[in-house]
Design a protein around this ligand. Structure first.
Ligand SMILES: NC(=O)c1ccc[n+]([C@@H]2O[C@H](COP(=O)([O-])OP(=O)(O)OC[C@H]3O[C@@H](n4cnc5c(N)ncnc54)[C@H](O)[C@@H]3O)[C@@H](O)[C@H]2O)c1
Length: 439
């Protein structure tokens, strides 16, 4: 899992690409995140390396697809056709080669499968699917049909996280000993959408937690064992009519109920040991009252790294024993291998940016442009995406490790989780699989 395993040299073709040679793709899922991905298309479209052309929008709610198509026209002047199913879209537009799936988490295994069955290459929002067993269905179909299956894990593509990964790899803090990954907040509010609180549609600890599982693995490599517990603290949650990340959910909040009764856990408390011996403490608590917290720290034998968080462009701070904290450009001296891929360098203003200042929505769009671009390059060259289906499946397995550990009352290995329903640590996920008809 190297930081740039799928970094692709795109300079050779980007600017010469014409409307006809770009890969035609459809957006599947036209809700809040789908519309954020539309802005990602926009960032790619306006770059010198545009390799993908959005031509269709698909949503089981046709009105959502039509609205998406109208936004695409208003924002970028492009014609996008709206459909209510992938099969209809592919029948009407056989030259579409790929899809960008942003349906809600509990539908990924159905929506992505429907795309693969139409021989489409897929970029799927995280988590790849609602259980590791559901992920397996998608991996098998993608492999059988030789289709690209890529997972849109955006946090790691933030240049600041690329820099931190390079600092760790280049030995800036010596041998890593401890990582602390903490998210606490949310109280009894509905976080973004009601489906994010239901076990069989993708509880918030999976839906948001999987980002942190990916960051833990991205920084420090594979996890060996996990001991953990989960909780469902808040039995009733309230609609605060929040417009959500980037303001994209203002359109939907009035259709949500005033209160819901969650069925999915809202907190993970876990202790991890990585294969390299490093340990981590991971708290992902979406029921936190009082002072919210969000922190990511890595401690090593020579110093420590404070992450500023994701998608805010603030500088990283490096603390070395006996030295003043380092958070200016001089931090680059401690990360000689740090270099962004060409499109990221173009969008963020340099190969070795150590800080940036963009509005959240602009940053968000730039990162999604990188995901879309990589999909196009993988289709053209046969390269494996950085967050492949298998990587995405491992992130799902790690997220559920604390759930299964809590059920079994013992530490679990990631290998046990990766065995899915064939292994000894599959109680919690088996309940979901039974409910959605996979077992
Ligand atoms: N990476 C991030 O930062 C980030 C942020 C938010 C959401 N997400 C992910 O994006 C996905 C979507 O989240 P959201 O908040 O946009 O959800 P949402 O509920 O706002 O939108 C989902 C849309 O998918 C449509 N849909 C459902 N099943 C479908 C199917 N089979 N075919 C076509 N359309 C279908 C729904 O009608 C709806 O319009 C989730 O997996 C979520 O985890 C990622």
């Amino acid at each position: 899992m190297s930081a740039g395993s799928a970094r692709l040299d795109a300079h050779r073709r980007g600017s010469t690409m014409t409307q006809d040679t770009k890969i035609k793709y459809a957006a599947v899922g036209c809700g809040g995140m789908g519309r954020r991905h539309l802005r990602g298309f926009g960032a790619l479209h306006h770059s010198s390396m545009a390799n993908m052309q959005l031509v269709a929008a698909v949503d089981t709610n046709l009105e959502a697809a039509q609205f998406y198509a109208s936004e695409a026209h208003d924002l970028y002047g492009i014609e996008v056709r709206a459909f209510a199913s992938v099969a209809e879209m592919k029948a009407a537009m056989p030259d579409v080669q790929a899809v960008d799936v942003t349906t809600d988490t509990g539908s990924h295994h159905r929506a992505v499968l429907a795309c693969l069955e139409q021989d489409l290459h897929v970029l799927c929002e995280k988590p790849l699917a609602i259980t590791t067993g559901a992920c397996d269905i998608l991996l098998a179909e993608a492999s059988r049909r030789h289709r690209v299956l890529s997972v849109a894990e955006n946090f790691r593509r933030d240049p600041i996280n690329r820099l931190i990964r390079a600092l760790i790899d280049d030995g800036a803090i010596g041998e890593p000993r401890l990582m602390i990954e903490t998210t606490i907040g949310g109280a009894d509010r509905i976080v973004i959408t009601p489906w994010r609180h239901m076990k069989h549609t993708g509880a918030i600890t999976l839906d948001e937690g999987v980002h942190h599982a990916d960051m833990l693995r991205y920084y420090l490599g594979e996890v060996a064992t996990v001991y953990g517990e989960t909780r469902l603290h808040e039995k009733v949650r309230h609609n605060t009519r929040s417009s959500g990340p980037g303001g994209f959910y203002a359109r939907y909040v009035n259709s949500f109920p005033d209160t819901i009764e969650p069925t999915g856990e809202d907190a993970i408390y876990a202790h991890l040991r990585f294969e390299r011996g490093t340990v981590a403490h991971w708290v992902n608590d979406h029921a936190g009252h009082g002072r919210g917290q969000s922190g990511r720290f890595v401690y090593g034998s020579k110093g420590s790294i404070d992450s500023p968080g994701d998608r805010n462009g603030k500088p990283v701070t490096l603390h070395l024993t006996g030295h003043d904290p380092i958070s200016g450009a001089e931090i680059l001296e401690h990360a000689p291998s740090y270099r962004l891929e060409p499109l990221a360098a173009e969008l963020f203003g340099g190969e070795r940016v150590w800080t940036y200042e963009f509005e959240f929505n602009a940053t968000d769009a730039k990162i999604m442009a990188l995901e879309l671009f990589e999909l196009g390059e993988c289709i053209r060259t046969g390269a494996t995406p950085e967050v492949s289906g298998e990587e995405g499946r491992r992130d799902v397995a790690l997220t559920y490790a604390a759930f299964e550990s809590g059920r079994l009352g013992r530490a679990v290995t990631l290998d046990e989780l990766l065995q899915a329903s064939h292994g000894p640590a599959y109680e919690y996920q088996a309940e979901i699989d039974r409910q959605i008809g996979l077992l």
